[in-house]
Ligand binder design. Structure first.
Ligand code: CDP
Length: 209
């Protein structure tokens, strides 16, 4: 079974994806890390984030097995990732890896922005996870403070809105719910409630509803 989970920044899709993977004993790929690692590689070599040739080379050259998540999870890298993610060359370079991951015999859980629309259009279950920008900014601010970053709510909210706009407005694989995705708004839900709601949606799809 392939479970495709898409949604905007800090909607809760990463947590839901990890928990669903554990619940159904499936491997999980956080595809945002691929874009974050591409951005990191470009910055490390002093290249511009919007240089299509170097960005494509960086994406193709990624060591896909061990990401240094500590260096990738910061706010600056989320912002940088959304710049390289708008380049079609980068998306094409990362497509095969994601498809191969999803093609495992037992299935997989993938989360990102275009999993249900581009990477796994035939996924058995597609979830589109959302929450209000304010809720997402609150969660992201908490998460970043937990990492030791000094952030204020207004900046985080502005960053979330900018990223929403960039991710939804780009011409290459924009963030959009697949027509057959089940929507899950987590604005009013805590983690356990959101996970329970996600499991219920997966079961609904598996039952053929
Ligand atoms: O956790 P958060 O949603 O903030 O970030 P992420 O999922 O790691 O994604 C960072 C950026 O990578 C997003 O803003 C997107 O621009 C891009 N991305 C994408 O375009 N396609 C994906 N499948 C995953 C991430």
């Amino acid at each position: 079974m392939i479970i495709a989970i898409d949604g905007p920044a800090a909607s809760g899709k990463g947590t839901i994806a990890r928990r669903l993977a554990r619940h159904y004993a499936l491997p999980h790929l956080d595809t945002g890390l691929l874009y974050r690692a591409t951005a990191r590689a470009l910055l490390d070599e002093g290249a511009r984030l919007d240089d299509p040739e170097r960005a494509e080379a960086a994406a193709r050259g990624l060591a896909l097995t061990d990401f240094d998540e500590e260096r990738l999870r910061g706010a600056d890298m989320g912002e940088a990732a959304s710049v390289v993610a708008a380049l079609p060359q980068v998306r094409a370079a990362l497509l095969e890896h994601q498809r191969r991951f999803a093609a495992r015999p037992e299935g997989a859980v993938l989360d990102g922005r275009d999993i249900g629309t581009v990477i796994c259009p035939d996924a058995r279950v597609k979830l589109f996870v959302t929450a209000s920008p304010e809720t997402r900014a609150q969660r992201r601010a908490l998460e970043l403070r937990g990492r030791g970053e000094e952030v204020n709510f207004a900046d985080v909210l502005a960053d979330i809105r900018r990223r929403d706009e960039r991710d939804s407005g780009r011409s290459s694989a924009p963030l959009v719910a697949a027509a057959d995705a089940l929507r899950l708004d987590t604005s009013e839900l805590d983690v356990e409630e959101a996970v329970a709601a996600a499991v219920a949606l997966v079961e609904r799809r598996r039952a053929g509803a």
